[in-house]
Design a protein around this ligand. Structure first.
Ligand code: GLC
Length: 549
């Protein structure tokens, strides 16, 4: 396996991590919501698939205004998902199978139900309790205007006004996401101390690392000045306001967290991984987060945002390799996650049962990603070729982006619909049928085509492609960490060679084209004749015809 290749200390460098969106993975209790016992039950499936680790989306106690990214208690399990004893059973079961476990930690903001925030609301302006957050007096007559003009990522102002103990409208607090997600004030030492406690709480329970939410956040400009473009974040739905994100002080936090992780590694030789969700304007800025004493890795989202175009893909891949060089990190490739429209739909299939083009391209993209140097992240359902569910009725949508903007544009529920496991009708084995509860988001009928039981039985399925790709990746020294060299190719085709003669080629066009290698491929995303690369197809070969560096 990959972990054997890189050893206990360096396992993360080319690991394949499977993102488990817990509420949509598998429900063990019959309430229609996935849970930790469901994840434990699904571990053999994930082992069979061949992933090195799982990243669990937040399962902490939370009022679920942003599906757990509003944390009310960082050191417990929400009863909807189980309890600490169940978490420990899951950890033990995963480790028995050799599967690493990453938790999702949310340090930029908490829930408005967090005890510290409740204390802050109950305390007076200027109190120590309020200093853990960003409370400020409003502007204008009676302080009725927010302290600055920043807009929140999910729409609306980034400030909400509180009612003071005397019943009058009072100060405002900052929330870069929803009002139910107040931002921590990282300039307050107790905030850092609180997160030290949280890290150690989970590290002591054996976790292998953390995916860090909004890792370019945490610190804001100390003066909280007006922004010349206050709606930039909401417009881009990305953290681009230079006063609210990517402040230099945040790097000290990552240095400190890295040191905490190293302390655990020194004890038992097992390296813990810190992988950050880092959205910053330039690749150079991005690279600063993965300097040798900071985060091990930061998600590289440019591949995910690239259109299905060979020049765009080549550009983002080359840039990623260039930027990461010299940092000590490896690139973390990602095509899907719980915030994005799924690849099958993004690459061309607005409705299921369409031409099949989106599926073919998504299969090709998967082989491309698994052949690239570095680590890869797979989002649950990606291995089933699930398309986005684009026609959810408004009254079932739960994404706060929809609630706050009233816009269906780019809502995230469509990629979060509970997984189909078996059978012909909803709940497709997601929830025990005897209980009769419905999955928390409705599953369309066509999910039947993608159920895991069908996928496992059909060797032409997405599942088998991912499984075969992962198996080869684990056994071939050419794959995983390392470098790549581009090959000369006709227009519309990308091809590169890895290490000792492993060639990966992708035909972005729809017509067949001569393959760069004449042999039958080791693996291809559609069946290939020798010497021919089909349309919308990727393939891998091992050959001695191509000179390597
Ligand atoms: C990250 C998460 C997203 C969440 C947001 C606020 O971008 O991936 O799901 O809504 O942070 O925590």
């Amino acid at each position: 396996m990959i972990s054997q290749r890189n050893g206990a200390r360096r396992w993360w460098r080319d690991a394949v991590i499977y993102q488990v969106y817990v509420r949509s993975f598998l429900d063990s209790t019959g309430d229609g919501i996935g849970d930790l016992a469901g994840v434990r039950a699904g571990l053999p499936y994930l082992k069979k698939l061949g992933v090195d680790g799982i990243w669990l989306s937040p399962f902490y106690p939370s009022p679920q205004h942003d599906h757990g990214y509003d944390v009310a208690d960082y050191c417990d399990v929400d009863p909807v998902f189980g309890d600490l004893a169940e978490f420990e059973r899951l950890m033990a079961a995963a480790h028995r199978l050799g599967i690493k476990v990453l938790l999702d930690i949310v340090p930029n903001h908490c829930s408005s139900e967090h005890p510290y925030f409740r204390d802050a609301l109950a305390a007076a302006p200027g109190s120590a309790a309020r200093a853990r957050f960003h409370f400020a007096d409003g502007r204008g007559p009676d302080g009725a205007e927010p302290p600055n003009n920043w807009h929140a990522m999910f729409g609306g102002p980034a400030w909400s006004r509180v009612t003071e103990a005397d019943g009058r409208p009072g100060q405002w607090y900052l929330h870069m996401f929803t009002p139910e997600q107040p931002d921590w004030n990282w300039r307050h030492p107790e905030v850092a101390a609180h997160f030290d406690h949280v890290l150690r709480f989970w590290l002591d329970r054996g976790v292998d690392g953390f995916r860090i939410d909004v890792a370019a956040g945490l610190y804001k400009h100390p003066d909280l000045p007006d922004s010349p473009d206050p709606e930039a974040d909401a417009r881009a739905r990305d953290s681009v306001n230079p006063l609210a994100w990517n402040q230099p002080e945040v790097h000290d936090v990552w240095r400190h967290w890295r040191a905490v992780c190293e302390e655990y590694t020194t004890r038992d030789g097992r390296e813990r991984l810190l992988v950050g969700e880092v959205s910053v304007p330039t690749a150079r800025e991005h690279a600063r987060y993965v300097r040798p004493d900071e985060l091990h890795q930061a998600f590289f989202f440019d591949l995910l945002s690239a259109p299905w175009d060979p020049d765009a893909f080549r550009k983002v891949i080359s840039e990623a390799m260039q930027d990461i060089a010299g940092t000590g990190s490896t690139v973390t490739w990602v095509l899907n996650n719980h915030d994005q429209v799924r690849t099958v739909t993004r690459y061309g299939e607005p409705v299921p049962g369409g031409s099949g083009l989106g599926s073919a391209r998504a299969r090709a993209a998967a082989l491309l990603m698994l052949a690239l140097p570095g680590a890869a992240y797979i989002y649950q359902g990606e291995e089933l070729g699930l398309p986005e569910v684009v026609d959810l009725p408004d009254d079932v949508l739960t994404d706060p982006i929809f609630r706050r903007t009233g816009s269906r544009a780019r809502i995230r529920d469509g990629c979060r619909v509970p997984l189909p496991w078996s059978g012909q009708a909803s709940p497709f084995g997601f929830t025990p049928q005897a209980e009769g509860a419905k999955p928390w988001l409705p599953q369309p009928e066509w999910f039947a085509e993608h159920a895991t039981d069908r996928a496992l039985a059909d060797t032409r399925s997405f599942w088998h492609l991912y499984r075969d790709g992962l198996q080869l990746r684990a056994s071939l020294p050419q794959l995983g960490e390392g470098s790549l060299r581009w090959l000369d190719t006709p227009p519309g085709v990308l091809a590169f060679v890895r290490g000792d003669g492993l060639v990966c080629a992708v035909n972005f066009g729809t017509a067949p084209t001569p393959a760069p290698v004449r042999d039958v491929p080791l693996l291809s995303s559609t069946p290939c004749e020798p010497g021919v690369l089909g349309g919308s197809t990727a393939a891998w070969w091992i050959t001695d015809d191509i000179a390597t560096d």
